[in-house]
Structure formats: structure tokens, C-alpha cells
Design a protein around this ligand. Structure first.
Ligand code: SAM
Length: 293
């Protein structure tokens, strides 16, 4: 399992606009939007769903009605207590007061002590994740989820629109960067719809967008080791204005990088934002000396 540190270079990419409210608390008030966000998970009647930051429960009530089991993780003590009281009679709803960036999700999602403890466990089903998440820690949350990616198969999140555009960006445009490459290494990313500030109270200063990430780690397909390849991407995307050769030469030397780019069919003055993951993997493998032909 990847540690969070392996990928957290991407976190530095998200710039904040304005000063966010305490804990990013812009609560969704538009019922139609809440229904659309929850519908993006598809049929969840037999699934376990983890909600990040349930807040005042705009998504939670729909999830509690529709999911096979709901685990909601809220950092704000008062909001968590209110939700716990509200859902106390519902055995399939669990409210956890905790920090999504610190909580051990393997423990939360793993087998619990109880009547069946000691029996051979069935292989755990993958769970779904959903959240209108605090925007100021979007990258940290995503990277945290990726570090537990073996547990998840679908992640639906509402984020700042500008950040959604970057997470979903394809190589070649100016929005493509380390955050896009990292997200797309772990998941197929779909940008579903945008949401205006008026759908929230208080309204955020930015538009929002909903993403669906279908978890599908690409390391095997690309034939690259997870940690080393992410370190390589961090170096390659190090400084956006520099060419790949200039970014990568402290690690590999300029001439080997130029030769690898040429073999991969890329120009010597290519920049990281033009590099598709497949080409990045080919260059990486050549520089590791594993594919020199
Ligand atoms: N889901 C609710 C909604 O749609 O109205 C609330 C969304 S609000 C944008 C983000 C929520 O995440 C807040 O309730 C906030 O207290 C909670 N939160 C902030 N940081 C958190 C963290 N590190 N772990 C868990 N919850 C967090």
C-alpha cells in the first residue's frame, strides 16, 4: 500500500482562492443537487458507502435511505454529535467523529470484533466513497484515498471547479499537471456536472464540480513500480515552466533524458504537461535501464 508521502507532492498544486470558512463548511442546501450527487454512485443498495464530511447531512439523509451501510466521518465535534443522535436508531448508519486525513481507513473498513470474529472472513467487498469535501484539503483527501485504493471502487466528490478541471485534464493542455497525472494513475476520472455557489450556505467564492473516479490503478498496465514512478513524476513535473530535460536532469543527467525522450517519440524540448502516462512510463523504464533498445 502506498504511503501518503509518496504522492503528496501533488497537494502543493492546489491554490486557494479567498479565505475558506472554518473546516471548509459550505453546506449544500439545494436538494436537487444533493440528489444528483448521490445518484452519481449508482445503485448502492447492497454497498457500503463512506461519506467524508457529512456536515449538516444534506447527502447523509439520502445515503442513509439508499445505501446498504453508511459510514460517515465528520471532524466537527458538534456536527458529528448531532448526526450521531439523529441516526442512533439506524443500525446501518455509523457516524464517526474523526479526521479523514488521519483516521486508519483499514481499521474502519476491516472486520470488527463481534459474533463472527474468528470465522474465516469473506474477501472484503470494495466500498464507495462520497463527499462534498472541504475544498482547501482536496488534494490531501484524494491522495489519502489513493493510499487506501485497494478498499475502494468508486469515489464521487464535489470539489472546486478549477481543481476538478485539473484533476480531469488530459495531457497537452495547460491544466494538466502532477495532480491530473497522479489521479489518472489511480482512477478513471469523469467530470459530471458543475454546481453554482447559490446551491450552498454560505455560498463559496468559486464554482464547484462533481467528479466520479472509478478506481483502477495503472501501475501493472504501465509496467512501473508505484513509489518510484510517482517520485519520477514529481521530478518531471517539478517546475512547470521548465522542460522535461531540465526537470529530470538532476536525477538522471541531461543526455540520458534526451535519448529516452527521442526513443519514446518525444521532442527534446517537451514539457511535462505534454507527456501522456504511457510515454512517461516508457521514458521512466528507459531511464531505469530496463528498456534501452
Ligand atoms: N456534506 C455536507 C454538505 O454537503 O452540506 C458538508 C460539506 S462541507 C463542504 C465539508 C464538511 O467536511 C464539513 O462538515 C466539515 O466540518 C467537514 N470536514 C472538514 N475537514 C474534515 C476532515 N479533515 N475530516 C472529516 N470531515 C471534515
Amino acid at each position: 500500500m502506498a504511503s501518503r508521502n509518496r504522492v503528496n507532492g501533488a497537494a502543493a498544486e492546489v491554490k486557494q482562492i479567498g479565505r475558506p470558512p472554518k473546516l471548509g463548511q459550505n453546506f449544500l442546501t439545494d436538494r436537487g443537487t444533493a440528489e444528483k450527487v448521490v445518484a452519481a454512485l449508482g445503485d448502492m443498495s447492497r454497498e457500503t458507502v463512506v461519506e467524508i464530511g457529512p456536515g449538516k447531512g444534506a447527502l447523509t439523509s439520502l445515503l442513509a435511505a439508499g445505501a446498504g451501510k453508511l459510514i460517515a466521518i465528520e471532524l466537527d465535534r458538534v456536527l458529528a454529535a448531532q448526526l450521531r443522535m439523529k441516526y442512533a436508531p439506524r443500525a446501518k448508519v455509523e457516524i464517526i467523529e474523526g479526521d479523514i486525513l488521519k483516521i486508519d481507513l483499514s481499521t474502519v473498513l476491516g472486520p470488527r470484533p463481534g459474533a463472527l470474529a474468528g470465522l474465516a472472513p469473506a474477501p472484503p467487498r470494495k466500498v464507495q466513497v462520497i463527499g462534498n469535501i472541504p475544498y482547501y484539503i482536496t488534494s490531501d483527501i484524494l491522495l489519502r484515498l489513493f493510499s487506501y485504493c485497494a478498499h475502494f471502487d468508486k469515489i464521487v466528490i464535489m470539489v472546486q471547479k478549477e481543481v476538478a478541471d485539473r484533476i480531469a485534464a488530459k495531457p497537452g493542455g495547460k491544466e494538466y499537471g502532477l495532480l491530473s497525472a497522479t489521479a489518472q494513475l489511480y482512477a478513471n476520472v469523469e467530470k459530471l456536472f458543475t454546481v453554482p455557489p447559490e446551491a450552498f450556505a454560505p455560498p463559496p467564492k468559486v464554482d464547484s464540480a462533481v467528479l466520479r473516479l472509478t478506481v483502477a490503478p495503472q501501475f501493472e498496465r504501465l509496467n512501473v513500480p508505484e513509489r518510484e514512478f510517482i517520485d519520477f513524476l514529481k521530478l518531471g513535473f517539478g517546475q512547470k515552466r521548465k522542460t522535461l530535460v531540465n526537470n529530470l536532469k538532476p536525477g538522471y543527467g541531461a543526455e540520458p533524458v534526451k535519448a529516452a525522450l527521442k526513443k519514446a517519440g518525444m521532442r527534446a524540448d517537451s514539457r511535462s504537461e505534454t507527456l501522456p502516462l504511457e510515454k512517461a512510463a516508457a521514458v521512466f523504464r528507459m531511464l531505469q535501464g530496463k528498456e534501452v533498445s
